[in-house]
Design a protein around this ligand. Structure first.
Ligand SMILES: C[S@@+](CC[C@H](N)C(=O)[O-])C[C@H]1O[C@@H](n2cnc3c(N)ncnc32)[C@H](O)[C@@H]1O
Length: 308
């Protein structure tokens, strides 16, 4: 079955993949989903190479297995159902301590938004869950039902800078005082509608909640640092992001890792050493043609760096 998804910055990503003929290339796709990027990357690989595929969502990984069944059969493919925050531990388990190329195509898949059972959207009345991987952490309802007002405001503000953050946090706390506990997306959506008429607020609050539920910002930063550690000298990392929060994490992490010192002390005390050289002083953006063919690509930005 062909699933509808147009991979973003495909040419740019694939053309940056370097494959050497006389060595074993070990490539990691941290966000496989249907593997449209992977499908093109694998065409360039040699039979002795290894391609490692991560997706935190087991349902997406199952679809990927179908989609990638007959592709370049000689390349060794390893599917890992895990959050990319566990990159290092998962690779250790399969005795891989070094890799030659790694990429991320961040954000959720359209299935997460379009299918009600994925629980990411307020368009459907469904359990307030929002986890990529339902076996770990708490569902989003736990955050709404247990965080203090100050914590809720911080989540809403930090992750989407919404001006109604405090008002909504207060309203949630008020509702909880009546022993009400949020269980469904509709219950939260209704509360937001009662609090503000600004149409974008609901989307932003739901996104903030998803980011907090899945610890997306912390996990991305840790995973990027581990990825850089794992890279062999002269090999690259490539990251596509779709919103400013993610792009900020990518930009700052790459910048820090490209410096010899990251403390502000007059005499350096951090002992940090430069690990990478940034290849994209400005982010790579989709061409006008790609934007018109795939409007979703408009917010994409890619950054890349090479290990020193
Ligand atoms: C935008 S899609 C990737 C699309 C893919 N590049 C393609 O061409 O088909 C992002 C995928 O990453 C997964 N994902 C998101 N955050 C993740 C994380 N922290 N760890 C592992 N997978 C994650 C999602 O489940 C989703 O399947």
């Amino acid at each position: 079955m062909e699933w509808l998804h147009i991979p973003v910055l495909l040419e740019e990503l694939v053309s940056s993949v370097k494959i050497e003929k006389n060595k074993q290339n070990i490539i990691v796709d941290c966000t496989l989903w249907l593997g449209w990027h992977a499908k093109k990357v694998i065409e360039k690989m040699n039979p002795s190479d290894i391609f490692i595929w991560f997706d935190a969502d087991i349902r997406n990984l199952k679809l990927a297995k179908e989609n990638l069944k007959w592709i370049n059969e000689k390349v060794k493919k390893i599917f890992i159902n895990s959050n990319f925050v566990n990159l290092k531990q998962e690779l250790e388990k399969i005795n891989i301590n070094e890799i030659t190329w790694i990429y991320y195509d961040l954000w959720i898949s359209s299935l997460h938004i379009d299918e009600p059972e994925r629980w990411f959207s307020f368009r459907f009345d469904w359990p307030l869950d929002m986890r990529f991987d339902t076996s770990i952490w708490f569902p989003a309802s736990h955050i709404v039902n247990t965080y203090k007002e100050i914590e809720l405001t911080k989540v809403f503000r930090d992750y989407w800078e919404d001006s109604a953050s405090k008002k909504i946090a207060l309203k949630i706390i008020e509702k909880r005082k009546t022993w009400f506990r949020f269980k469904t997306t509709k219950e939260l959506a209704d509360l937001i509608d009662e609090t503000t008429k600004f149409p974008k607020t609901k989307t932003r609050i739901f996104q903030a909640l998803r980011i907090e539920t899945n610890k997306e910002i912390e996990n991305l930063e840790k995973s990027l640092k581990d990825a850089i550690d794992l890279l062999q000298t002269a090999w690259t990392i490539f990251v596509i992001s779709f919103h400013s929060l993610e792009d900020r994490v990518v930009k700052n992490t790459l910048r820090n890792e490209s410096r010899d010192c990251i403390c502000s002390d007059i005499i350096c005390t951090c002992k940090h050493t430069k690990q990478i050289q940034i290849l994209t002083k400005k982010p790579i953006l989709p061409s006008k043609k790609e934007e018109s063919l795939n409007p979703r690509s408009r917010s994409a930005k890619a950054r890349s760096a090479i290990k020193c």
